[in-house]
Design a protein around this ligand. Sequence first.
Ligand SMILES: [Zn+2]
Ligand SMILES: [Zn+2]
Ligand SMILES: [Zn+2]
Ligand SMILES: [Zn+2]
Ligand SMILES: [Zn+2]
Length: 346
Amino acid sequence: CVETTTCPQASCNELVTEVEMEASLKSGATPSTQARTDKLLQKYSTYQLRSFVESNRLTRWCPGKGCEFVACASSQACLETIQDRTTQCHSCTTAFCVVCGEEPHAPCACKDVTRWKDKCRNESETANWILANTKSCPKCVSRIEKNQGCNHMTCGRCKHEFCWICMGDWNNHGANTGGYYKCNKFDSKTGGGVEDQSEAARAKRELDRYLHYYKRYHAHDEAEKFARKQLQETEARMVILQESSSNSKWADVEFLKAANEQLVECRHVLKYTYVYAYYFGASPSMQKERFEYHQEMLERFTETLSELSEKPVAAMDRTEVVNTTRVVDRFMRNILKYVEEGMEEA
Ligand SMILES: [Zn+2]
Ligand SMILES: [Zn+2]
Ligand SMILES: [Zn+2]
Ligand SMILES: [Zn+2]
Ligand SMILES: [Zn+2]
């Protein structure tokens, strides 16, 4: 029940101040003051609209560049869950959170998004240094350029397969390979353990923990951008795919677009699952373990879908892509539902 309109007052019949103002101004007007009165009125109504939108918790200006539309929730109940708060502007198609004005951020709470963005600004120097220094093959140390969305990397020189995020062996990753190692989990034992209680050791551990989540947040952000770019090129690929088979209809190639849209959505959700996990805290709990399980499944299958959708058209397996899209969608809904229902298993 969140709408975007040009005038949030349309639905509000208690707001009579503007009409009263007009009447009082016009009562003393002469032809010579008419132009001034009109100007004043116009100014007043713009001002009033602004202050109405800015002071009302149920409304927010669309953050789209130069957009004059307003998002309007009909009641507080409409903004209860994080997913309900998300809206898309009818005019400029910008998607945003009505409560905080940021881009959609489920499953993460508004206050955590704000804290996270502040933290990232403060730590940007360290993070940039780390990100800039992890761009070579972990085996042969030759430089690696990433020009794909999926995080499964193969070194062009030594053919070593590894994970772009943790630089670990790919054998322990992916939906099909399995493995005990969990790329999404932060292991507090790496780098010294918790015995050292000195101030410096504690600060180092806290930084390591932040960087663990930041790296993954950043990687999914990059992958989302890649998927958006790929989505723009999808139509051209669909045409090629349709023409490659003589009796293929447009409906037969639409799975490619669906897969790509799914990828954009999942990368976006994955990105915010790492902000969520960061603020969930370091201490182990059953809920945390379950959350990380949901996250891991979504991540693994998203990487698989990423890889499948990037294949050349000739090597495309429709059934496999369709099935993986469905599986990924289910995992995405699962994790959002799990958080929304207070992390209690249904
Ligand atoms: Zn807009
Ligand atoms: Zn928000
Ligand atoms: Zn290599
Ligand atoms: Zn990894
Ligand atoms: Zn790949």
